[in-house]
Design a protein around this ligand. Sequence first.
Ligand code: NAD
Ligand code: MG
Length: 407
Amino acid sequence: MSAVPLRNDQPAINGPRSITVLGATGSIGDSTMDLLRLTPDRYQVEALTAHSNVEGLAKLAREFNARFAAIADPARLDDLKEALSGTGIACGAGESAIIEAAARPADWLMAAVSGAAGLKPTLAAVDRGTTIALANKECLVCAGDFFMQRAVDAGARILPADSEHNALFQALSSGNRAELTRVIITASGGPFRTWAAADIEQATLEQALKHPNWSMGQKITIDSASMMNKGLEVIEAAYLFALSPDQIDVLVHPQSIVHGLVEFSDRSVVAQLGSPDMRIPIAHCLGWPDRIVGPSTRLDLAKIGQLTFEAPDFERFPGLRLAFEALRTGQGATTVFNAANEIAVAAFIGKKIRFGAIARLVEATLEQWVRAGNLAPLSSADDAIAVDHNARKLAASLLPQIAAKAS
Ligand code: NAD
Ligand code: MG
């Protein structure tokens, strides 16, 4: 049994639905609120959350007349109270308030906190057995099997919101799971797709933040430039759809029009296409099992003219190779992969390491973790959080030597 519903065999949803958005002020949050804005009468916003952007959160909470607003930074509670004064909107601060927001009754929840911080709140929603549009890939990368099993146990439905996984989700409904032989997720290749390894090594933050097709949050944009994002997505696909690493391929597709493809036993390949606009996969999740009217640009293939594809280069983009290795290792290795990458990206943003050192820090952390015999199955959120915490510490301790070492 899977927590990802495979066919559109659910009853249509009529009347207004209650909605919670975790990470409402972020890039995915923004796209989600944009969709709600189209037909506000259909939705009652239950809860909205943000990390520290009180102004942005309060503005949204007022606009959508949310019942509850939560800010993760505990120091901002008074500011949030003041920003919401006179509205009757309840509010809270700190991690517990984010978890409370997720636990409040809502029919549909967008999980769009960035990073491993999304795990606990998303689990609080899973435990309610609700419908979750999952953008936060770290829930799967850090806690994979355990997260999906808990969703099955609680009767929660996980709707993949990440564009590639949403494409697979849509394409999968044209066959049965037993008939599935392979999935392919596409990658734009990022801003360094055609760069030589030596230039990628020295790439600046400004260059890494120039994504050719997608407009996204800072962390995921850097991950796209290093192709770590595609690595995270390979792991995400493995856990979401219970696939072995051999059943997942990555295809570089610079136009970002074909997002994911599913191959069935008869060698039919079914793909999902669309403009590179996150509102398309989010709209699919929001409408599911029906379709809503979306605001995105219509796909004009004649205008685009050519769709091109190439094999990924595991040498210039070692993050992708490391993701497959971590997935094959299992037992918390993907959690370590993610934790080390988060430390590495923060160090790169802080100008402590070069772009090329991101993958080297992840590799060194994984190697040391495995050598120390730390591998064990994860059976709880606390297990995953402990591995995440310890791997971050290890990565931080390895940082100075990686920073000092030339490529
Ligand atoms: P973002 O940085 O733009 O927004 C993150 C949101 O989470 C913000 O509202 C922020 O306030 C909140 N947040 C950050 N840290 C928090 C914490 N510790 N506790 C509580 N809230 C916190 O990120 P994003 O680009 O919207 O991405 C969100 C998630 O969706 C990530 O996991 C990302 O990998 C995934 N995703 C994003 C895209 C995209 O196009 N942006 C596509 C696919 C998947
Ligand atoms: Mg994606």
